[in-house]
Ligand binder design. Structure first.
Ligand SMILES: Cc1cc2nc3c(=O)[nH]c(=O)nc-3n(C[C@H](O)[C@H](O)[C@H](O)COP(=O)(O)OP(=O)(O)OC[C@H]3O[C@@H](n4cnc5c(N)ncnc54)[C@H](O)[C@@H]3O)c2cc1C
Length: 459
């Protein structure tokens, strides 16, 4: 006999808990299932711990740069990795405890700790018990993708999850994957004191961004001594005297790199392979992501998929926005859609990259008439005062409608400043609204009106 609920949520990522709160608030008897850590990736092995580690790395970086600011530090600067990890663990624990307490004390919610698996379109099995509901929400997230690579079964490697247990300084960290996760760890470990080499298959880092952004990011990393090997198009690995050798076929440089530790950051795969989707008839795409419509419903009536698992976003904010969309459609008679949102994300190297909307390349591909504005951070007084002038700001405008199409801010505060453009994009206002706004001095944001006052045609 199955235990009956009004709704079941599988997974406690960035949409599941908030959705459970809304479902129970609406008087629905709800079950939530978590097989590992409450709060999922972001809280335990993703955003929160990495940004906490980035903060430690920045402290080390600024300490080393003390002399640039007239600050004298007698003696050397060392990083105590056990203390770095302890600080990170403390911040993570606070968040994990918060979600755990929240869920376990939520009225009308039954919390199951175990692996959930569909046995029918309205039934999920957990710990041998069957749960049944008319509405089921999947928020099972994703995990590190482990590629088929010759030799990988013969060597030890780290992923974003196992990196969380590292409380020592790798002598030479080899990172396969030149995208967001890999690059954040690359700079962080370089600042902690490791040698670091990033090995990337493509011909540039973060290849979905514009060429100038990729180059800017590469320059920032290389200025701190991170090695970058591009065009590593034929990868294999091999253990060698307690070290690990990565064979790369790069257009330039030696054919292999040898390091003490290997970290794989080559993408994420959805947690759908062990969810019993076939028992429910839920459709996935060739990469295993659950196919959803613009309102996040799967092909099976009564089943929704939210967060990384639906392949429509890979961020905490997209997962949370999925919860808002599902709840608005279910309870508020508000037909919010995934396609209403504007792409936005940040890369938390230091200085960070904030991105919104289309890239320059994408704008070009549309063939529309457009304007472009670009300003180097060396021109920004606030950046000069703080001794952090790497990077640039760039904005793309539709020449006819005068609306902002996209922006990239690679530079100090870029992750925050990008919102001043993003919000105007959501408002659907013309760029001239910001151009005429009086911004506060001295800030980086005060130069955005200046940049907008100096637009040229995108050739
Ligand atoms: C290193 C790293 C850094 C990141 N940094 C950022 C960042 O700075 N900003 C940002 O926006 N995003 C970042 N992300 C991405 C972000 O963590 C995810 O997009 C976010 O967590 C949303 O995930 P989710 O809601 O889909 O599910 P998740 O957070 O992945 O949670 C899914 C949960 O479901 C559980 N689960 C899975 N299968 C089952 C099952 N069958 N039964 C029961 N439970 C199950 C899992 O144990 C997990 O707890 C980062 C990711 C990584 C790996």
């Amino acid at each position: 006999m199955a235990r009956k609920f009004d709704a079941i949520v599988i997974g406690t990522g960035q949409s599941g808990p908030s959705l459970a709160q809304r479902l129970t608030n609406e008087g629905m008897k709800t079950a939530i299932i978590e097989r590992k850590l409450f709060g999922g990736t972001c809280v335990n092995v993703g955003c929160i711990p990495t940004k906490t580690l980035v903060a430690s790395a920045r402290a080390a970086y600024m300490a080393r740069r003390g002399h640039d600011f007239g600050v004298v530090i007698d003696g050397g600067i060392h990083v105590n990795m056990q203390k770095v990890k302890a600080r990170k663990d403390g911040v993570v624990k606070q968040s994990n405890d918060g979600v755990t307490r929240w869920l376990k004390n939520m009225p009308n919610l039954s919390v199951y700790e175990g692996h959930g698996q569909f046995t029918a379109p309205d039934t999920v099995r957990v710990n041998g018990e069957l749960l049944q509901a008319e509405k089921i929400f999947i928020n099972t997230g994703a995990r590190a993708y482990i590629p088929e690579m010759p030799g990988l079964d013969q060597v030890d490697y780290l992923t974003n999850s196992s990196m969380m247990d590292v409380d020592y300084l790798p002598e030479h960290l080899l990172i396969i994957g030149g995208s967001y996760i890999g690059l954040e760890f690359a700079q962080m470990y370089r600042r902690f004191g490791s040698r670091v080499t990033v090995i990337e298959k493509g011909d540039r880092l973060i290849s979905r961004d514009d060429e100038d952004v990729s180059q800017g990011v590469k320059g920032i990393l290389e200025n701190e001594g991170v090695g970058v090997r591009l065009n590593a198009d034929c990868l294999s690995v091999e253990g060698r005297d307690g070290q690990v050798a990565v064979h790369v076929q790069c257009k330039e440089g030696a054919p292999e790199v040898v390091g003490s530790h290997l970290f794989l950051a080559v993408g994420r795969r959805p947690n759908t392979d062990d969810l019993g989707l076939e028992a429910a008839g839920i459709e996935t795409d060739p990469r295993g992501f659950i196919v959803v419509d613009d309102g996040l419903q799967t092909n099976v009536p009564g089943i929704w998929a939210l967060g990384d698992v639906n392949g429509r976003g890979a961020f905490t904010h997209t997962s949370y926005n999925d919860y808002e969309i599902a709840a608005a459609n279910l309870f508020d008679n508000d037909p919010r859609r995934v396609s209403d949102r504007i792409l936005a994300y940040a890369l938390y190297i230091d200085p960070p990259l904030g991105r919104a909307g289309m890239t320059e390349q994408q704008v070009r591909e549309t063939g529309r008439k457009a304007l472009i504005g670009k300003m180097m951070m060396t021109r920004v007084g606030r950046a000069r005062e703080r001794g952090e002038t790497q990077g640039f700001m760039k904005v793309l405008i539709d020449a006819e409608t005068k609306k902002i199409l996209g922006a990239a801010i690679l530079g100090i505060g870029g992750d925050e400043i990008i919102h001043s453009l993003l919000d105007v994009m959501y408002a659907g206002a013309r760029y001239t609204v910001i151009q005429r706004a009086m911004h506060i001095h001295p800030t980086v944001t005060e130069l955005i009106p200046s940049m907008l006052g100096d637009l040229t045609a995108l050739e």
